[in-house]
Design a binder for this molecule. Structure first.
Ligand code: MSP
Length: 526
């Protein structure tokens, strides 16, 4: 039986603006999902949209549309963007889907029947953009501690979930399962900011919000958007429906990947709800950092006022979708914040894509054409240098695989690139042009064979990270696009006697100053 791997992104608020910031989670999840498929896992990769709540009604109204008209348009745009970024999701869930709505109602009823939810009155503060409740004491300068915006007074009858009784259980969960909440610093954030002072019961219905899922037994109330949203992770698998085979197969999730600002919903409220429902808990919540733009998060909660191009569609049009994936995966260490500038984006394109991914293959294939008419022969006797090169490549391959399993895609990607950098070094050290002059055919054959095999190992690892261009490289080497990464065997992707063909470069070097100016002009014009 194959190993299963269930990975999720948060479901997105259908906002009108799409930025590279809010593509971050999805791109990283996609790379992790693709890599796991190539390691032979049966992967279920879920994404979708979070479509209820006050904010949606407000935006729809501002646009002169009904909620569902507005949503359909945005969902369409979102799906188009994911397609152009090569996002390989297995399911796209919308919280307006009938099956989801029915699952949320059932869960709410069940929690009520079990005495986990009770009717009361809420008086406190509410942040509409974040859909979060806050007490006076939690505000910073009277504003929302998450996004810094104005909060509103909320004073209404509501249903509360008995979150307070889970304080110790959640602490124990963190203590006994260090893999539950990652990276480790997120645990301290949760303990210091919420758990140490004890959890408060959570208001889980709204009387004043009409655009939401109604409480089955009290239709004056709609269900709090975060309860609605979190449920997507199981409703998407058919939980509580006639066909719950995916739920049986894939739950519990292997990892919910989320931005750091929503870790508390996933690592406190979600496990408490699952405990209340007697359901297994996800294995890992991974709270990644933010892509920062002028030290600010490009996202739902703040205006950026930027002069730089942050619309992924424009970057894709100019540099292809791998350019964005390369930057977000390779330059922002997964788990930490990382700055974005146009210049660093272009520099990274040149370093990683043009000079490394593109250049090594053309250099190698050019040499193969020159030194052996494009035919790659069997490797013969390995010199010390050859053997060391081979060992280094195998060790980097293993590290790349290991790191993706440890949820470290940035390291995994960089190890795969290191293989290609090692290839460049191996060429410089072997000096094949001298071997050629001296007529050392056997050494040339060994050299070309090892060099091609090493690159094919690297390109196989890179498919998950750069799925637009990297698959095209295999044809040049005369081999099929690999479907799996062979963890136990290396240096045997290419069969001796294969003819290679240099063809076009995968990525060409950019003139940074020129491109930067072009982007500044585009940014000014939009
Ligand atoms: N709807 C909720 C999630 C509910 S999940 C049950 C939500 N949506 S969101 O659209 O605001 O954010 C979706 C994801 O985009 C989050 O993981 C968020 O952290 C991520 N990002 C938005 N801007 C970002 C950056 N600038 N950098 C990295 N990720 C960012 O929250």
């Amino acid at each position: 039986m194959s190993k299963k791997f269930y990975i999720t992104t948060p479901i997105y608020y259908p906002s009108v603006k799409l930025t590279i910031g809010n593509s971050y989670t999805t791109i990283l999840c996609d790379a992790i999902a693709r890599f796991h498929r190539m390691l032979g896992y049966d992967v279920f990769f879920l994404t979708g949209t979070d479509e209820h709540g006050q904010k949606i009604s407000k935006v729809a109204k501002e646009r002169g549309k009904t909620e569902i008209e507005h949503l359909n348009e945005i969902v369409d745009d979102t799906k188009k963007l994911w397609a152009s970024l090569n996002i390989s999701y297995d399911k796209f869930i919308r919280t307006t889907d009938e099956l989801h709505v029915s699952a949320v109602k059932k869960i709410f009823n069940k929690l009520y029947e079990k005495g986990e939810i009770y009717k009361t009155h809420y008086t406190g503060k509410y942040c509409v953009p974040c859909e979060s409740f806050w007490s006076e004491g939690q505000l910073i300068d009277g504003k929302c501690p998450d996004c810094g915006r104005e909060v509103i007074d909320s004073n209404e009858e509501c249903y509360n979930f008995k979150l307070s009784k889970y304080t110790d259980k959640i602490r124990d969960l963190y203590k006994n399962n260090p893999e539950f909440l990652q990276p480790q610093n997120r645990v301290n954030e949760m303990l210091n900011n919420f758990l140490n002072e004890g959890l408060k019961d959570l208001c889980v219905s709204r009387k004043s919000v009409k655009w939401g899922i109604p409480v089955d037994f009290d239709s004056d109330h709609t269900i709090y958007v975060w309860i609605d949203a979190l449920t997507n992770y199981i409703s998407a698998l058919g939980y509580s429906s006639d066909d719950d085979s995916d739920f049986k197969k894939f739950w519990p999730a292997d990892v919910h990947v989320v931005g750091k600002e929503i870790v508390r919903f996933h690592s406190i409220i979600w496990p408490a709800i699952l405990m209340a429902l007697d359901l297994p808990l996800p294995k890992t919540i991974f709270g990644h950092g933010w892509l920062l733009f002028n030290n600010d998060k490009l996202s739902k909660s703040k205006e950026s006022g930027s002069k730089e191009v942050i619309d992924p569609r424009i970057l894709i049009e100019n540099y292809g979708s791998d350019s964005i994936r390369n930057f977000l995966i390779g330059e922002v260490n997964f788990g930490s914040d990382g700055p974005y500038t146009q210049e660093s984006f272009l520099l990274s394109y040149n370093n990683n894509l043009a000079n490394t991914v593109g250049n090594v293959a053309s250099r190698t294939l050019g040499m193969a054409e020159k030194y052996s008419d494009g035919i790659i022969y069997e490797a013969e006797k390995l010199s010390e240098l050859d053997q060391k090169f081979k060992n280094d490549v195998i060790s980097l391959k293993q590290k790349s695989i290991e790191e993706i399993k440890n949820l470290k895609p940035t390291n995994s990607y960089n190890h795969a690139l290191e293989i290609l950098q090692k290839c460049n070094l191996y060429i410089d050290e072997t000096k094949p042009w001298e071997l050629y002059k001296e007529g050392k055919t056997s050494e040339i054959n060994t050299f070309l064979n090892l060099l091609c095999q090493a690159q094919l190992e690297a390109y196989t690892l890179l498919i998950a990270f750069l799925p637009e261009k990297v698959p095209q490289v295999f044809e040049k080497f005369g081999v099929e696009i690999p479907k799996i990464i062979d963890e136990n065997n290396s240096f045997n992707i290419l069969k001796a006697g294969t003819k290679v063909n240099k063809g076009e470069n995968l990525f060409n070097r950019l003139d940074i100053a020129k491109e930067n100016e072009k982007l500044i002009n585009i940014a000014k014009s939009i």
